[in-house]
Design a protein around this ligand. Structure first.
Ligand SMILES: Cc1ncc(COP(=O)(O)O)c(C=O)c1O
Length: 375
């Protein structure tokens, strides 16, 4: 018997190969232009990406982590400020809050979902640790918007900034509007495996507030308003024009890529129904763009091994909530003191293969092997 063709959990190279002529030409144009820092290619991509979201402005930066730091700094958030976010996220969300000088407060996720629980958030705001509550930073994890109606209202009532971590949610929608259009800022990562991925590190913040946009633009480049004159303290986190050119070549395909991810998710839903595991929840009124398709089951580790044996890659996003990482454990504020839902999901989640170029035959093989495991 011949070995089955491996199915990776994600495949950014396939995304490159699909648009190779366009991407190669876009990179070559930057190389010949001599403009290797910011410039018109970056500006055009910033405009196009912001327009895609219905935001007034985009400020490109070097990564999704930097995007969060930049948004917080542009809001004037730093020392002694509390930023409420979740523990069930990429460590980058929490790392960026600390890099901005602020204090993260980690709240639990919904009992039957993967995103910030508005009830837990309210409870945390009733009894915050010492410091000034300054911002809420929900994460639209796996491509599904958080409960924005409730979170937007909580931010309004408490007079807090709302910064959306959209690193996994390019093109997701909530109540008919793009995820990322609800907060003061939306922060995106273009890490290669994301729904819109560069060929290296890259990120962007979007906002429709002109003065916040101006602040972010200045802080991105040493606090310069005018070249060589720092009006405020800044950092260097510019979007590389080569990555901007790659992203500009891929942006027109984002909608089709997201539709393909949704088709794959629907096929998994249909094919995996009735097994002793939970399929991904769908929030009413939201459009999930399936950065990840995440199932939950007690036998997660054995299923993972079984799929590995059938040359099918899987992932765990993420094996540890942030508050249990050695660098954060016992040091970071939790509200409440135990994040039971966050800890529970870390033990039973499994991300199945999903990327736009994954064939239907491949999806069916994943379904068949998962069903075989449950027989
Ligand atoms: C939810 C979330 N937030 C933030 C980030 C940070 O993005 P980057 O890796 O581009 O710094 C990522 C990606 O890793 C992410 O998934």
């Amino acid at each position: 018997m011949t070995n089955p063709v491996p199915i990776p959990q994600t495949d950014p190279r396939a995304g490159y190969l699909e648009l190779k002529p366009e991407i190669d030409a876009a990179i070559a144009a930057v190389l010949s232009s001599g403009q290797y820092i910011l410039g018109s290619v970056v500006e055009r991509f910033e405009r196009d990406f912001a327009a895609h979201l219905g935001a007034a402005q985009g400020i490109g930066c070097a990564s999704g982590t930097d995007a969060i730091e930049l948004a917080l700094r542009a809001c004037g958030i730093g020392e002694r400020d509390l930023v409420f976010t979740v523990s069930h996220t990429a460590v980058a969300t929490v790392a960026a809050i600390e890099r901005a000088g602020a204090t993260p407060v980690l709240v639990d996720i919904e009992p039957d979902g993967f995103a910030m629980d508005p009830n837990a958030l309210e409870a945390a705001l009733r009894d915050p640790p010492s410091g000034r509550p300054a911002a809420i930073l929900p994460v639209h994890l796996y491509g599904e918007p958080a409960d924005l109606a409730a979170i937007v209202e909580i931010a309004r009532v408490h007079g807090l900034r709302l910064i959306e971590d959209c690193a996994q949610a390019h093109g997701a929608r909530y109540g008919g509007r793009p995820a990322g259009s609800f907060g003061d800022f939306a922060c995106f990562s273009f890490y290669p495996t994301k729904n819109l991925g560069a060929l290296g590190d890259a990120g962007i913040v979007t906002t429709s507030d002109a003065s916040l946009a101006q602040a972010a633009r200045e802080i991105r480049e040493y606090g310069w308003r005018e070249r060589y004159v720092s009006d405020r303290i800044g950092i260097n986190t510019r979007l590389d024009p080569i990555q901007a050119a790659v992203l500009a070549a891929k942006l027109p395909q984002l909608r089709a890529d997201n539709s393909r991810r949704q088709q794959i998710a629907a096929r998994y839903d249909e094919g995996l129904v009735g097994l002793s595991m939970r399929l991904p929840p769908r929030r009413a009124g939201a459009s999930h763009v399936f950065h990840q398709y995440v199932i939950r089951g007690k036998d997660r580790d054995r299923l993972r091994e079984h799929l590995q044996g059938a040359a099918i890659g899987t992932g765990i996003h993420y094996p540890l909530p942030v508050h249990l990482h050695p660098a954060y454990n016992g040091r970071v504020h939790l509200a409440p003191a135990e994040l039971r839902n966050s800890e529970r999901v870390a033990g039973d989640i499994l991300s199945l293969p999903i990327y736009p170029q994954l064939s239907t035959t491949g999806v069916d093989r994943v379904i068949a092997e998962t069903r075989r495991f449950h027989q």
